[in-house]
Design a protein around this ligand. Structure first.
Ligand SMILES: [Zn+2]
Ligand SMILES: [Zn+2]
Length: 440
């Protein structure tokens, strides 16, 4: 059978399950869960993996699932991945009333399209004519949030990294994978289009920080002179960060965006315990570390001004994303088949970050964006308006790309693997975080 015939079969199989794929996406959209807590999503993925008769493992990095579908030979392993976690957006119409979690980053669509690709590749029987394996991966915790909660998980030894892919990498779950693909929904992009990343840096990377200002409590009316105001220290720290912004170079895309997560205990007590979380983002590790030093200096200066103490915890963030050019070109040609050439446009480099960046330092990977959505990512107005585009088309595009990679001795896939020059090995990756940051 020709490659074109295999692709036709896989797309027909996906079309037959379109309703089910959309139902998965909708169900997750209505049941948003934050990272490392994606229990309902994981149960849904498990149900589908089981029904497909896939050989899978679960509970990876707490909530992740991984299934392997073998080809007639195993010359290459390609991962088709989907994230499961939501963000907090209390005002989103589908926000969980208890946790505020909402799928306003569209990760529900990622799980749906990953399963869609699995339906197509299993139902069509095309794997009997392909010379490599596919790994379907349901991934936890892409959003780098709830730092205190995840730091607690780290202290308890349940995770070592705050990002799900990072944790899975450390656990060796990427050791048996040669290349990885996933799609992310776009922002404010209702059109039936795929946004394909060009060569070079596709996103910023970052480090995380949690800051605890320790002051001294005192009666705010009766004896403020006996206290040390940790909130004032924090405010001066934040002002110090702002005073450094003019030193950030445009080309480095530095972003520092702190929030105060605790501003005091009671209004009539001088605050003695104030907490801040922040990222320091940038387009290179050097730029991130340089800005990170300035941020620390400013935060400490705030403490020094009022005699408080600043305890800064450095947390491994994510690395900048590098999309593999050949993989992106293959994927784009499949998208053009599905959507026409007007349906394929270049993506802007992301100013956000993703732990897919970490993966692309070690193996070839792509992270294109998908239309069919209105509203801004992470905002209350984020909605999927074209479920076929958001859920079904990317499932087809990924399954078709798997066929390209694994067809005829997996020649194309093996070429991509051989041409890829990893920025670092897994061991170097783990050592880098240990050397750059104190992992507590
Ligand atoms: Zn997001
Ligand atoms: Zn996202």
């Amino acid at each position: 059978m020709t490659k074109a015939e295999l692709k036709k079969r896989v797309c027909e199989a996906i079309d037959k399950r379109a309703e089910e794929i959309i139902a998965v996406g909708d169900s997750m959209f209505k049941n948003p869960e934050l990272g490392y807590k994606e229990h309902k999503a994981a149960a849904l993925v498990e149900e589908k993996f089981k029904a497909l008769g896939l050989d899978y493992r679960k509970g990876l990095a707490l909530t992740g699932l991984k299934a392997r579908l073998p080809g007639r030979q195993s010359k290459l392993s390609v991962a088709v991945m989907g994230e499961m976690d939501a963000v907090v957006c209390h005002d989103h119409p589908n926000a969980d009333p208890n946790t505020g979690a909402a799928h306003s980053c569209g990760h529900n669509a990622q799980t749906a399209m990953m399963l869609g690709a699995a339906f197509g590749l299993v139902d069509s029987g095309v794997m009997n004519e392909l010379d490599g394996d596919v790994v379907f991966f349901a991934l936890p915790a892409e959003e780098f949030v709830e730092l205190d909660y995840r730091q607690k998980l780290r202290r308890e030894g349940k995770i070592a990294f705050l990002g799900g892919k990072q944790e899975l990498l450390k656990l060796g779950e990427f050791d048996d994978i040669d290349m990885a693909m996933m799609c992310h929904l776009a922002s404010n992009h209702p059109e039936r289009q795929m946004l394909i990343p060009g060569p070079g840096i596709g996103s910023t990377g970052f480090i995380g920080k949690t800051i605890k200002y320790v002051g001294k409590e005192a009666h705010a009316g009766g004896a403020p002179h006996e206290g040390i105001n940790a909130l004032n220290a924090a405010m001066l720290g934040l002002m110090g960060i702002h005073a450094n912004r003019e030193t950030f170079k445009d080309a480095d895309s530095i972003r520092v965006h702190p929030i105060i997560t605790k501003g005091g205990d009671l209004v009539n007590i001088i605050p003695a315990d104030v907490r801040i979380e922040t990222y320091v983002r940038g387009r290179s590790i050097d730029a991130i570390m340089d800005a990170g030093q300035k941020v620390n200096r400013a935060l400490q200066a705030g403490a020094m001004a009022v005699g408080a103490e600043a305890i800064i915890d450095e947390i491994p963030g994510y690395l900048p994303l590098f999309n593999d050019e050949q993989l992106a070109t293959l994927f784009a040609s499949n998208c053009a088949e599905l959507l026409g050439t007007a349906g394929v446009i270049p993506a802007e480099p992301m100013a956000g970050s993703t732990d897919m960046g970490d993966i692309t330092h070690i193996m070839p990977g792509i992270h294109p964006s998908v239309g069919g959505v209105t509203g801004s990512a992470h905002a209350r107005d984020y909605l999927i308006v074209d479920p076929d585009m958001a859920y079904v088309v990317p499932a087809k595009a990924m399954a078709m790309t798997v066929i390209d990679l694994l067809f005829d001795q997996a020649t194309v896939g093996r070429e991509i693997k051989e041409a890829f020059k990893p920025a670092m090995t897994k061991d170097e990756y783990l050592a880098m975080w240990e050397n750059l940051l104190v992992i507590k």
